[in-house]
Design a protein around this ligand. Structure first.
Ligand code: BES
Ligand code: MN
Ligand code: ZN
Length: 498
């Protein structure tokens, strides 16, 4: 992990120096001064290499004056969205072989310098715990990134907030990357208990408690597994305040509620998935990972808001005790569900948790995240998550936050209960069935199923199946787990703080 530090603006004596350069503009400030000291060596190199300062463009000059290496880093156009954080990410990539470097940020405001740090920190993430041997180029080398800025104090203040978000993102990435033999429901639940020391209240529900509550649909998914299921409720009461004394413990008033699908492995159950690519289903708990990372971020930056995170943790396995296609189970809401495909399990988990969340907390609104359908990847690929909602206001806010942090969402249609797409999940023998009658509109049908359990609460469902995992490096994300939604919902939550 790279450590980000801010220091007073002044050219360092030696080492590795990074100079961001605006697209199409001549060198200015400290960079121009250094160029002059070096007799124009930098500007001559820029011309010879046709370096224009485009975002992501790099020019290295080794042994320039007292410096081991000067990296001219293309900063792109001044009004480009997310320019600072993307610059930070690009610099980390370019500096892969260095252990320490200093970036001159005199062209950026104090908060933007912190954004450079955030992009750098996020892009530098590695998951290395299972490597016992390593080729040198596989090692994360960069240890310290010094940002030289006019107002280091102001940058530090902004950084403390950004860093809390980065910690949440990295926690979510760790959870999502863990293999399913390590991260089964009980282990996941145990890891959320670490949040207690950030001031969150964490409750863990086991098999017996869930049975007592009557979580029939969630339990039906786990019933073929050798592991027990869990539900975790994480409460961050940053507005109404925490109270150590249980008797007078405050109850949040209309909190923001976030719900995550946590299928620690999805084999499909008796409706077994094909072998090819099944290993991807270790990240079928990404919705729960994101909710956990989000709660970490909110607590870490002491958000002035009441927010509750709930995650349903199960493993979907085939066995002699597994649910069969055609089985009918009773949900916590009391509705009966005919399970026609045991691979449509995420909605069964969410149905019980959404209904519970809504009953217990009377939320201002609920947002759930789930790697719910392969069909959303067919529709939107890996650029946008799908958002389904009964509230235009909620959607608009989510879209704006998504654009701001580069975790984009695209609205998909949703019918009212009893109309349009909703009719496709009417069952012949129960209240509802867990799949539609064909392959048509698979992601929408799944959303319609969830809507039957939200009981009119303002609600949005993010189908993140195409976004939770990336097979290539992009922007601030190295390939692998993206923690999609942590930054989006952190940004979104800021709109509800006072
Ligand atoms: N976890 C999968 C969805 C998924 C697929 C996530 C690919 C990430 C990548 C989900 O539980 C599932 O299996 N959905 C089925 C639903 C179908 C049986 C109606 C699907 O999408 O095929
Ligand atoms: Mn499935
Ligand atoms: Zn699944």
């Amino acid at each position: 992990m790279v450590e980000i530090v801010f220091a007073k603006l002044a050219l360092p004596k030696n080492g590795v120096l990074v100079l961001p350069v605006d697209e199409g503009l001549p060198l200015v400030g400290q960079a121009a001064e250094l160029d002059e000291t070096l007799g124009g060596a930098l500007s001559r190199a820029m011309e010879a290499a046709e370096f224009k300062g485009k975002a992501g463009q790099n020019l290295n000059i080794y042994n320039a004056g007292p410096y081991k290496r000067v990296l001219l880093a293309g900063a792109g156009k001044q009004d480009a969205p997310r320019r600072a954080e993307l610059l930070g990410a690009a610099i980390v990539t370019a500096l892969a072989t260095e252990s320490e470097a200093a970036i001159v940020t005199d062209g950026f405001k104090a908060e933007q310098a912190a954004e450079i740090g955030l992009g750098a920190r996020l892009r530098a993430y590695r998951f290395e715990k299972y490597r016992t041997t390593q080729k040198p180029d596989e090692k994360a080398k960069l240890k310290i990134l010094k940002l030289l800025t006019a107002e280091p104090k102001a940058s530090d203040v902004a950084w403390k907030i950004a860093e809390a978000v980065a910690v949440g993102v990295d926690f979510a990435r760790d959870l999502v990357t863990e293999p399913a033999n390590v991260l089964y429901p009980a282990e996941f639940a145990e890891r959320t208990e670490a949040l207690k020391k950030l001031g969150l209240k964490v409750e863990v529900f086991g098999q017996r408690e869930l049975e007592k509550l009557g979580f029939g649909t969630l339990l039906s998914v786990n019933q073929g597994s050798a592991h027990e299921p869990r539900m975790v409720v994480m409460q961050w009461l940053g507005a109404s305040g925490h109270d150590e004394n249980k008797k007078t413990a405050k109850k949040p008033k209309n909190p923001l509620v976030f719900v995550g699908k946590g299928v620690t492995f999805d084999t499909g159950g008796i409706s077994l998935k094909p072998a090819a690519g099944m290993e991807d289903m270790k990240w079928d708990m990404a919705g729960a990972g994101t909710v956990t990372g989000l709660m970490t971020a909110l607590a870490g930056r002491k958000a002035k808001v009441d927010a509750i995170g709930l995650i349903g943790l199960v493993e979907n396995m085939p066995s002699g005790s597994a649910t069969r296609p055609g089985d009918v189970v009773k949900s916590y809401a009391g509705k009966t569900v005919e399970i026609l495909n045991t691979d449509a399990e995420g909605r069964l988990v969410l149905a019980d948790v959404l209904y519970y969340a809504q009953q217990r907390f009377s939320p201002k609104f609920m947002v759930n995240l789930a790697t719910l359908t392969g069909a959303i990847i067919v529709g939107l690929g890996h650029e946008y998550a799908g958002v389904f909602s009964n509230s235009d206001e909620l959607v608009n806010k989510l879209v704006v936050s998504g654009e701001a942090v580069g975790e984009k969402v695209w609205r998909m249609p949703l019918s009212k209960e009893g109309e349009g797409y909703d009719k496709d999940i009417d069952s012949a023998i129960a209240d509802v069935k867990n799949i539609g009658s064909g392959r048509a509109a698979g992601s929408i049908v799944a959303a319609q199923f969830l809507q039957r359990f939200v009981n009119g609460t303002p609600w949005a469902h993010l189908d993140i199946a195409g976004m939770a995992w990336s097979t290539k490096d992009t922007g601030v994300n190295p390939k692998g787990a993206t923690a999609f939604g942590v930054r989006l919902l952190d940004h979104f939550t800021r709109g509800f703080e006072d």
